[in-house]
Design a binder for this molecule. Structure first.
Ligand code: ADP
Length: 313
């Protein structure tokens, strides 16, 4: 399958934004084809002329062709790697610079909505709340982009500490009750009692929980149900969230943790989304020594799970 994909030149060209004849796959085929032609010609020439000099010249020709095409491929790969590095650096710098003005907007609107609220009428308060929510959304997006850039540069910073995952999960569920109730979604949970602490980065795991529980909510139709579970299994803690939402089409399940992936049915059902949450969650969980996995059936539901190592003390 991978080999077939490697030689799907049209797809390769579209993905890389170049012409078909510039793709590494095409250059590779040319290299193979030219080598076969020259070798065959060498065979006939040497059979016909019976002259070692002709043979040496023909072989030199093969080597020159292989070197030319090989150099083009390696130059192309080098350019792509360089562009990729520059893109990650640009995204990291841009996201970092955007965070400061965004935080200022959030602080200012917060101030207006609390201490200076008296001077505003109902409509103005309403508008201010919208600005506050939108700036929060934008801050999340910018933070996600920064995390993706750091992951791509192998520079994701994780601050490991022992913490209570059961409490964190329960707090997140309590915080979202109003939102779930407004969409008539039933939320149930089964969090085992007296669970030990886990070892991880509490802020990043908060993001993972927010993403997995948020997705269950986002991709479940009104009136659906969501179940959250947390239990110990040997040296790991297992978190899972189950929903009876739109699910993921069978032919797309292999791409779920890819950067920017959104399934066809999900993007039709829910236009909001970036396809970055699961990519970040997978990298965070795996870099903390855990695993992340899922099961999903289209129009039946999905179950996303992750494990984290239990704290050693
Ligand atoms: P986003 O939700 O912002 O699109 P994610 O990275 O969190 O990005 O998820 C990637 C994709 O995986 C989603 O767009 C959706 O297609 C699919 N997905 C994730 N969670 C669920 C779920 N609980 N039910 C159905 N599809 C899901």
């Amino acid at each position: 399958m991978i080999i077939i994909n490697d030689f799907n030149l049209r797809k390769q060209a579209d993905e890389l934004g170049i012409k078909v004849w510039q793709t590494p796959g095409f250059l590779f085929i040319v290299m193979g084809f030219v080598s076969v032609v020259i070798m065959t010609a060498t065979y006939f020439i040497s059979a016909y002329y019976d002259n070692p000099q002709v043979l040496v010249i023909s072989e030199c020709l093969v080597v020159v062709v292989v070197l030319i095409v090989g150099t083009s491929i390696s130059r192309f790969v080098g350019q792509m790697a360089n562009l990729n590095r520059m893109k990650s650096e640009f995204v990291a710098v841009a996201s970092h610079q955007l965070r400061t003005p965004l935080s200022a907007i959030r602080w200012e609107t917060e101030l207006l909505l609390t201490k200076l609220k008296k001077g505003m009428n109902k409509k103005q308060v309403e508008k201010m709340k919208n600005i506050s929510q939108l700036s929060l959304k934008m801050t999340r997006l910018v933070n996600d982009l920064l995390d993706v850039a750091r992951i791509d540069q192998d520079k994701l910073i994780l601050r490991k500490q022992d913490f209570d995952l059961a409490k964190l999960t329960q707090d997140m569920l309590d915080e979202s009750v109003v939102a779930y109730e407004s969409r008539h979604i039933t939320v149930s949970s089964n969090i085992e009692k007296d669970l030990p602490e886990v070892c991880g980065d509490v802020e990043k795991i908060k993001l993972v929980l927010d993403n997995l529980i948020g997705n269950a909510f986002k991709y479940t139709t009104s009136g659906g149900r969501i179940h959250v579970g947390l239990a110990r299994r040997n040296k790991d803690m297992i978190f899972e969230v189950d929903d009876n939402g739109v699910g993921i089409p069978e032919e797309q399940v292999g791409r779920v943790f890819e950067k920017f992936f959104r399934s066809d049915n999900a993007s039709k059902y829910q236009t909001e989304g970036t396809g970055l949450g699961l990519y970040i969650s997978k990298n965070v969980v795996e870099q903390l020594g855990g695993r992340i996995w899922f099961q999903s059936i289209e129009n039946v539901g999905s179950k996303f799970s992750f494990s984290l190592p239990i704290a050693k003390k």
